[in-house]
Design a protein. Structure first.
Length: 188
């Protein structure tokens, strides 16, 4: 959690939900009070999750089509929580659209399906890639990448921001910059 505090000032405070409020909402939904809740809808967390999901969508696009999303293209991201799943807030059609999930594997023995699942499929005559990823049964992203933003219909965007690859910093993180290092390589 210290990494979150260091890289996204205010994020921990934004995510906090009081114990009393968490218990009331879980009881109202008929769920165990032991689950606890986090707020992932605030502007700081939402922008960071959207930026992460957009980067993942760009990678899934490349994985399925063998080319990057061009500058005329774009990405739309949706975030779902385990509460959304418990309340039936994730349409089953999304899972049918992208197919069977896979996970990351190393060699023959190591796999992380208990931590990470993903699926991606080229759709609409290979002009778009639909994908989802699931992290520890707690957080899921559904994304659509398109080779041209004109392919993204109103139903696909439904109020979500379209993130343009050439304008990633301006469209994905309007108020905050996400920058970190993986294996000594800076990612910005």
């Amino acid at each position: 959690m210290q990494a979150v505090a260091n890289n996204a000032p205010g994020a921990l405070e934004e995510m906090h939900v009081s114990t009393a409020r968490s218990r009331r909402q879980l009881a109202r939904e008929g769920l165990s009070e032991e689950l606890g809740l986090l707020n992932v809808g605030g502007p700081i967390i939402k922008s960071h999750l959207e930026a992460f999901a957009a980067r993942q969508a760009l990678a899934m696009h490349y994985m399925r089509l063998g080319s990057a999303v061009p500058r005329a293209g774009g990405v739309v991201c949706r975030t779902f929580t385990n509460l959304d799943a418990a309340l039936g807030g994730i349409p089953d059609d999304l899972f049918r659209l992208v197919g069977e999930p896979d996970t990351l594997r190393q060699g023959r023995g190591l796999e992380v399906s208990d931590q990470f699942l993903y699926a991606a499929r080229a759709v609409e005559e290979r002009t778009m890639v639909a994908s989802y990823s699931l992290f520890r049964q707690s957080l899921a992203f559904f994304t659509i990448s398109a080779i041209n933003v004109s392919h993204l219909t109103e139903a696909m965007t439904a109020g979500a921001r379209v993130i343009i690859p050439g304008q990633f910093r301006a469209t994905a993180l309007p108020s905050y910059r996400l920058s970190f290092t993986v294996s000594g390589i800076p990612l910005r």
